[in-house]
Each structure stands twice: as structure tokens, then as C-alpha cells.
Design a protein around this ligand. Structure first.
Ligand code: ADP
Ligand code: MG
Length: 367
């Protein structure tokens, strides 16, 4: 059975200044038991709103939500189960620990409100502190701890009720990069131990890729694509996903006589396979690390710029009047100004109109 199911879920907010904003638009989604599922997308695309509706902190404007087959929000029937009765754990970006309570009391809180006896509480708090590497720290106060440790308190408090689903909203965004990385492993370890399903919200694509079984990319309240991290990275459905999931080059091209030319330059064709939709104009999308630079064959150009980065060298080259970035390992070196040849063994094709759509989106986000 699916553990979480959203059917036609929408959320509109009405504000005095902005009028009505559609934060989430007709979302249909199924998440399986035990999955680690990420919701990924730029700021304002509706991630938090989606999570808050699943948690029950936000009413729906339309649609239905089921947890393990049980309806928890059904707009049409005015059915709404409050958050504390949904069996979920939650951790937010802001550490959300109570500063006036010590660690023990912070973690014990969800059990105290359930009137569980003292001996049981003590046993379970100690266990939760142990699993979050906070052994023996029950008497400390949150202000005595680092950001990473404070977020562990929030995790301990979330696991103590043995939730079936853990909702995490950018939980590691306020931590330094190293702590952040280690917390990813910790959350996965906790998942193995306690067998919960994870919904992980983030705007950080590498974080989502590192921990997810599947991810959903959202844009302006809509689902754009749902798939495994590998499939999303290798087969992004459109230019937006391609760009969001990693470094991308988008080159406008013209296809003529079964050859691909950079727009505004028919002097030589690009070395790549043809798109199969028969269009005359298209966008050629490439990842900088899949482009081949060599000394003998391909599209002849020159190195405009060479940038030494720790794991690779980045070269800027031009195809026609368009710039592309190429990343290669250190052993394959070219100098600035040197002639080189470019090949594109691995490409994705998008329609030329996507250029316009992207520009529209950029404008809207700036506004
Ligand atoms: P994300 O978490 O992806 O950054 P949110 O879900 O927080 O995005 O917000 C989605 C959209 O809904 C944004 O345009 C935001 O301004 C709007 N929004 C969110 N919460 C409210 C609210 N309480 N009142 C009005 N607008 C809101
Ligand atoms: Mg958010």
C-alpha cells in the first residue's frame, strides 16, 4: 500500500497585497512505505506548503490526502485530522527546540503530552538521545550546543513517538557543509533503525540526490518531474529540470540537411547526433563534464578561458557566438588561446520555445 497519497491537492493563499497566489497546483503523488522521497525546487515553488498540508498544519483549497490508506484531509467532505493524530515526525530548518527546557525535557515533550509514565519516558528519551549521538547530554540546554547538535535534539524529539513518516523541511540548511553531510548519513541510519518513510524538502539538488530513492522537482506550484536521482539527472524532461539538477550548457542550434549548426554560424556543423523530432530549430543541452575536448576532430574552436578548479579544469569555448563550459580531468590540458576540437557524445534536446518559457520564468521570479 502507498503510505502517502495526494490526489488533486491545491492550495491558494489570498493576501491583501498580492491577491490570490496558487502555492500548490493540482498535485497528484504517491509515496511508498520506507521510501526516502525528496521534494526539490527553487524558493517559493510550493515545497513547504506541500509538506505542511501533509502534516496537517495547512488546510487544503482542494483535493485529498491519505496516510496508509486513511483519509486525513478531504476538502470535499470537510474532513481534517489534526497534526498530532497523523503519526508524523517533523524537523524544520529553524532548529525549533525550546530554549528554556534542557535536552531531556525537549525530547520528552511529545511523550509528556501523551501522559506516558515517568519510567517509560526516561527509557525512551535515553534511547532517542543515544540514537542521535547525544548520550549523557540530557541536562544540557540548547544554547550550550552547536547547530548540528541542536538539530539532533529536533531529530530525537521527532523519532521518540516512533512515527511512520518523517517530514523534513530543509533541516540541514542552517548547518555548515561538513555537518550537513554527516547529518545526511545520520538521517538515513535512523531511517534504517526505525523504518520510517521520509519526505525531505530541499532546494539543494546535490543533497536531494545524495539521499533520495525518488525525487520530485517542482516549479511554481506544479510537479515537473518525478523519478530516481539518476534518471532525473540523465533524462531531465525539460530545460528547467536540466538546469536545476546540475551545471548545464544550452546552445541554440539550427538543423539543416541532417547537420546541426550553432545558430548564426553555418561554417561548420557540431559533432553530435541529430534530434529525432524533425524540428528546424532546437536547444542542445549538455553537461560540461560530458563534452569531449581534443586536438584533432570535432567542431574546431579555441580555448577562450581556462579555470583551474580543484577536481577538474573548466574551459570556456565558443560554438558560433555562444559560450559553453567544458570540464575535464587535469591530465587533458589546453592553454588559453589554443585551438581545440569539441565533440558532444551525450546530449539532450529541448524545443526552441523552452528558451522563451525560461525567460518568462526568470522575469516572474525577479518580480
Ligand atoms: P518553498 O517552500 O518552495 O520556498 P512555499 O511553499 O513556502 O515555497 O511558498 C509557495 C508560495 O506560496 C510562495 O509564493 C509563497 O509566497 C506563498 N505562501 C506560502 N505561505 C503563505 C502564506 N501563509 N500566506 C500567503 N502566501 C503564502
Ligand atoms: Mg520552504
Amino acid at each position: 500500500m502507498d503510505q502517502i497519497e495526494l490526489i488533486h491537492v491545491s492550495k491558494k493563499f489570498t493576501t491583501k497585497t498580492l491577491g490570490t497566489v496558487t502555492a500548490v497546483n493540482n498535485l497528484n503523488l504517491k509515496i511508498k512505505e520506507g521510501e526516502c522521497f525528496s521534494i526539490l525546487g527553487p524558493s517559493g515553488c510550493g515545497k513547504t506548503t506541500t509538506l505542511r498540508m501533509i502534516a496537517g498544519f495547512e488546510d487544503l483549497s482542494d483535493g485529498e490526502i491519505y496516510l496508509s490508506g486513511r483519509p486525513v484531509s478531504v476538502k470535499e467532505k470537510n474532513l481534517y485530522i489534526p497534526p498530532e493524530k497523523r503519526g508524523l515526525g517533523m524537523v524544520f530548518q529553524s532548529f525549533a527546540v525550546w530554549p528554556h527546557m534542557n535536552l531531556f525535557e525537549n525530547v520528552a515533550f511529545p511523550l509528556r503530552v501523551q501522559n506516558i509514565n515517568k519510567t517509560e519516558i526516561k527509557k525512551r528519551v535515553e534511547e532517542a538521545l543515544h540514537h542521535t549521538n547525544l548520550d549523557g547530554m540530557g541536562k544540557a540546554y540548547p544554547s550550550d550546543l552547536s547547530g548540528g547538535q541542536q538539530q539532533r535534539i529536533a531529530l530525537a524529539r521527532a523519532i521518540i513517538t516512533n512515527p511512520k513518516v518523517m517530514l523534513l523541511d530543509e533541516p540541514f540548511s542552517n548547518l555548515d557543509p561538513k555537518t550537513r553531510e554527516s547529518m545526511r548519513f545520520e538521517i538515513k541510519k535512523l531511517q534504517k533503525k526505525f523504518n520510517f518513510t521520509i519526505i525531505f524538502v530541499t532546494h539543494d539538488q546535490s543533497e536531494a540526490m545524495a539521499i533520495s530513492d525518488r525525487m520530485m522537482v517542482m516549479d511554481m506550484g506544479n510537479i515537473v518531474q518525478v523519478d530516481t536521482p539518476t534518471n532525473l539527472y540523465n533524462k531531465p524532461i525539460n530545460r528547467f529540470v536540466h538546469n536545476f539538477l546540475g551545471k548545464s550548457n544550452f546552445t541554440r542550434v539550427i538543423i539543416e540537411n541532417n547537420k546541426v549548426y550553432p545558430r548564426n554560424d553555418k561554417s561548420q556543423p557540431l559533432s553530435c547526433e541529430l534530434p529525432n523530432n524533425g524540428e528546424r530549430e532546437a536547444v542542445l543541452a549538455t553537461r560540461p563534464n560530458t563534452i569531449e575536448l581534443n586536438h584533432t576532430n570535432g567542431y574546431k574552436t579555441k580555448i577562450e578561458k581556462r579555470i583551474f578548479l580543484t577536481n577538474y579544469i573548466e574551459y570556456i569555448v565558443k560554438v558560433g557566438d555562444q559560450i559553453i563550459q567544458v570540464q575535464t580531468p587535469h591530465f587533458d590540458e589546453f592553454k588559453e588561446g589554443q585551438t581545440c576540437y569539441v565533440k558532444f557524445p551525450s546530449v539532450m534536446w529541448y524545443s526552441a520555445e523552452e528558451d522563451l518559457k525560461d525567460n518568462e520564468r526568470d522575469c516572474r521570479q525577479i518580480i
